[in-house]
Design a protein around this ligand. Structure first.
Ligand code: ITT
Length: 200
């Protein structure tokens, strides 16, 4: 069973491939080319499901497991912004840098040098006759000045609980250990194993 990722985000592809070292995990664009998927759900889970189902149907194969990730950062002091709108916080088609700058600016507007925040990831799995969604979270705080250039997205302004450095500064192995994505994928792994064994 081939594992196909229903994401166009290179940061996610890199992190998910690093967690599935022994498996052949490829982004959908390697098979289908570029494709825009409308994410019109109202929750991370709904959007993850939309992405996985769209790619599963487009592939039209029964020898494949499709995995998607819908994720984002939430700042309770900013009315839970940006949440499911993390990828388009600064507008449709915004870059990671523009979204990060918008969150920095929102903190500054509120006079917050730092504020509690958390990342959420919903991972959806689609395979023939099977669909699952699971979640993971990473808690910490956001700061009003970015530091480091590791990771992607909002990582340069996010400090995980128990650390003093941002995810932009910390070793990627620490993010692999702690992240919302890793936690959700740890729940996904036994399901993927089960789906594979059904096929054997
Ligand atoms: P796909 O839909 O193609 O997977 P996307 O980037 O549009 O890619 P999302 O809709 O799930 O993905 O938006 C997630 C956004 O949340 C992403 O663009 C980042 O800005 C942010 N984000 C999610 N996980 C993150 C992480 O681990 N580190 C930093 N930022 C993250």
């Amino acid at each position: 069973m081939e594992i196909v990722l229903a994401t166009s985000n290179k940061g996610k592809v890199k992190e998910i491939q690093a967690l599935f070292e022994e498996d052949h995990v490829i982004p959908f664009s390697d098979i289908l080319g570029p494709l825009e998927i409308e994410e019109n759900g109202t929750t991370f889970a709904e959007n993850a499901r939309i992405k996985a189902e769209t790619i599963f149907k487009k592939l039209g194969r029964d020898d494949v497991i499709v995995i998607s990730d819908d994720s984002g950062i939430t700042v309770p002091a900013l009315n839970n912004e940006p949440g499911i709108y993390s990828a388009r916080y600064a507008g449709e088609g915004a870059t990671d840098k523009q979204n990060l700058n918008k969150l920095l600016q929102r903190l500054k507007e509120k006079g917050l040098k730092e504020s509690p925040a958390y990342y959420t990831a919903a991972i959806a799995i689609f395979a023939p006759g099977a669909e699952y969604v699971m979640h993971g979270w990473m808690f910490g705080k956001v700061i009003d000045e970015p530091r480091g250039d590791g990771g992607f997205g909002y990582d340069p302004m996010f400090i995980p609980e128990g650390f003093d450095q941002t995810l932009g500064e910390l070793d990627p192995a620490i993010k692999r250990e702690l992240s919302h994505r890793s936690k959700a994928l740890a729940l996904a792994k036994p399901i993927i194993e089960m789906l594979r064994s059904l096929k054997r």
